[in-house]
Every structure is written in C-alpha cells, then in structure tokens.
Design a protein around this ligand. Structure first.
Ligand code: SF4
Length: 421
C-alpha cells in the first residue's frame, strides 16, 4: 500500500523552492535535498536494496523512480513517499539539486476519493517496487539514531518525574574539577534550557538560526560529505523496539561550555571565553586549523570550505548585524550575540538593568512549543535559571567536565527510566 504524505518541511511542495528547507533534513529520516521512497526493512531485504538504490514505484495510474530509504519502523506492507519535492525548481551554481522526479507522487494515487470526506484517498493504492539497478545516494545527515549508551537524549518516566518534582530534587551535575580557576562573571552569565519533553522536532529553530545568522547553504553533495553549516541541528534518537521506537528530538548547538575543549587548542586564541559566559569566536583571528572543531565533543563547530555567493536578490536576506563568514573561518552558535548586544543597549537607553525576557534568541522566538528558554543564569529568578535547576535537568556529556551553559530537561515518557551508564 502506498502512503503519500505531506512533507513536514514544505507541506504539499509550496515551500520546496527554499534552499533553507531543502538543506534542513527531514526530522525522522534525516534526509536532506532529495525525495525518497521509504521501504520497510523486510521488503528491502527481499528485494536486495539498500539506501540510495533507485526503485521504480508502479501503481495502476503511473510510475515514479526514487531512491530507497530503508525504514525499521514503517508498516511491513506499506511504502511511503513525502510529496512536494518535485516542485523544487532546478537551480544552478552551488545550490544545484540532483535529478528531480518527473512526476508528482500524488499522481500515483489516481483520483480515488475518500467516501466520508470527499478528499483524495491517501491510502487506497497498491504499488509494486522494481529495482532499476541505478543508484542515487541520499544525503543523510545523521549517521545513526542509536545512542549506544551515550545518554545524549535522556528520558524518565512520569512517576519518576512526579517523585523528583515532589521532593524538589536538584539536578545532580557531575561538576568535575578543572585545572583552570573558576571563571568570574561580573554582570551576566548567559545560558539556555531546552525541554526535550516539549520539543516536537519541527526544526523551525534550525531555520530561524540559519536566517538570523547568515548561515550558508551548501547543497546536496557537500551536505552528504558532512559539510553542512547549521549552527543548530535537531537530532532524532530512537529508544525501545526498532519497529515502534520512542523518538526523542534534541536540538544540538554550541553548549558554551565553562571549561570549553575548543578554547585551549586554538593556536591564535580565536576561540575564547567572554566574561558573560559565552564561548566567543574571533573570525578575524581564525586561521582555520580546525583544531577547535576536532576537539569539540558536541560536533557543533562548522568550517567554511568555500567563498559563499549570495546572488541577487539573496543578498538582501543577509542580517546586517551579523558578519558574513567566508572561506577558512570556523563558526558556530553565538547565542545570537547581536540580540544580546541590542537588548543591553535598549536597557541602557532606558536607564535600567536588562530584564528577564528582554533578550530572545532566534531559535527561542521561533519555537512553537516554547521548548527553548534563554536567559541570565546569574539571575536566580530568571526563567532559564529556574529551569536549569529543574529536577529533570542534565547536561549532555557532563561526565567530560565541560560544564555547559545549556541545560536539557529530560523527556517524560511512559517507559521506565533508563539507568545512567
Ligand atoms: S523549534 Fe522547538 S519544537 Fe521545533 S525542533 Fe526546535 S526546539 Fe524542537
């Protein structure tokens, strides 16, 4: 049975011409820049196909050729195709998109209507799959959805969450000692909390960050090579049975570590710590050794491999408050430093201190579920500071002693809490 479903990124295809949306991977499959046909693992084994093998999907109303994406969780008797990719216009230059399917997947459905609603029947057509012998490798931006005991995206069950809340349990961070003296923050220490229970993986934060911070688009071949420039990515981690997993979405960005592994390895002090708790990056000083990126356990630093072009009228989309980086420079999340500066300037102009909520980062502003909260961790009454003290709070890889400024709040599930490894 064929399931042709609206894309999470461009619905029926109306947004498919936006390169930002093409480069943001689908939150579940993590495929960017292409259409695909999702095939259950058992069917893929029977046909002898792997990710990227081109299949011909044949229905009584037509046929369509798409690369296969092998799925562990799709119903064994279904194949699924996101619609709308074919609306993306052919583009030139660095934004080139590989061969597009010639036909709308909806055409495979024919004109059968649902008797109750009168709308197109989305689950009414049987299709067959044929191997073409060709390959069109997919750009899959996340190599695995298995946490492999790394406890990156954590969860706890509802009873445990209630118990911790009742007991007012403070998070148990592994604050390992450092060889360096503890930093002093005279005014603010900026930080963030991200509630994994609220995050639905929509990736709006990712696009907001890209738009706000002049983040370049690299196109399918470079994205497949791991050279995407996103300062913020939304990871999907699957827990439980492979055919019916519990998905945990985790927005990953620079953690602005208090003991940052990127800083001591920079030979020119381009990566440095500000006295407001940010991990700064001096673009003009960076000589592109990439030591910082290699030493970052969170893999959030991005290196510019190209001179970017912003052909007209794309240049008018650039944010004038943010430097446009070019070849040879390392970059990453700044917690929207330009917004922090503007917020402080506004407060100074009104002769008052910065108030909680004055400064809102682009990702926070755009998140439809308010999963992201930015604020001053030195202000015990700020929302970010209160959330950082939540019993559900934890730091990713806190056993490394990096002391991140970003606190994640564990997802609340019905499954038993996993023992910390
Ligand atoms: S915008 Fe909010 S809900 Fe959507 S992925 Fe980002 S954090 Fe999660």
């Amino acid at each position: 049975m064929l399931l042709a479903y609206p894309s999470l990124r461009w619905y029926d295809g109306r947004g498919a011409s936006r390169s930002w949306l093409q480069e943001a991977p689908d939150p579940v499959t993590q495929v960017a820049w292409d259409g695909w046909v999702e095939v259950p693992r058992a069917a893929a084994a029977r046909l002898g196909v792997a990710n990227g093998d081109v299949l011909r999907v044949v229905s009584p109303h037509g046929s369509l050729e798409l690369p296969a994406y092998v799925s562990d969780s799709l119903h064994p008797d279904a194949v699924a195709i996101p619609i709308g990719q074919h609306y993306a216009p052919y583009q030139t230059g660095r934004y080139v998109r590989p061969e597009a399917g010639p036909m709308n997947p909806l055409a495979l459905l024919g004109s059968t209507t649902d008797p109750v609603s009168g709308g197109l029947a989305f689950l009414a057509v049987r299709v067959t799959l044929e191997k073409t012998g060709r390959r069109r490798p997919l750009a899959i931006l996340q190599a695995t959805h298995d946490q492999d005991q790394r406890e990156i995206a954590q969860e706890l069950d509802l009873a445990a969450a209630r118990e911790l809340e009742l007991r007012g349990h403070a998070p148990d961070h592994a604050n390992l000692p450092s060889l360096y003296p503890d930093p002093v923050y005279p005014n603010h220490r900026w930080g963030m909390s991200i509630d994994l229970d609220a995050c639905i993986g929509c990736s709006a934060c990712m696009i907001a960050c890209q738009a706000e911070n002049n983040v370049a688009v690299v196109g399918k071949p470079q994205a497949a090579y791991g050279r995407q420039m996103h300062w913020l990515r939304v990871e999907r981690w699957a827990e439980g049975a492979a055919d019916h997993p519990r998905n945990i979405f985790l927005p990953m960005l620079c953690q602005h570590c208090e003991v940052a592994p990127c800083e001591p390895v920079c030979p020119v002090f381009a990566a440095y710590r500000t006295d407001e708790g940010l991990n700064g990056q001096v673009y003009n000083r960076c000589v592109g050794t990439r030591y910082c990126g290699n030493n970052c356990p969170y893999e959030v630093r991005r290196f510019n491999w190209f001179w970017w072009e912003w052909p007209a009228p794309l240049e008018v989309q650039l944010n004038p408050d943010v430097t446009v980086r070019q070849l040879g420079v390392m970059e990453k999340c700044t917690m929207c430093l330009q917004r922090i500066i503007a917020g402080k300037d506004r407060a100074r102009g009104e002769n008052r201190a910065v108030r909680d909520g004055d400064i809102v980062t682009a990702c926070q502003q755009t998140c439809p579920t308010q999963a992201i909260t930015f604020g001053d961790l030195k202000d015990g009454a700020s929302r970010a500071s209160k959330l950082a003290r939540s019993p559900r709070g934890y730091h990713v890889f806190e056993e490394l002693g990096t002391r991140p400024a970003i606190t994640y709040l564990k997802k609340v599930t019905r499954a038993p809490e996993r023992a910390r490894g």
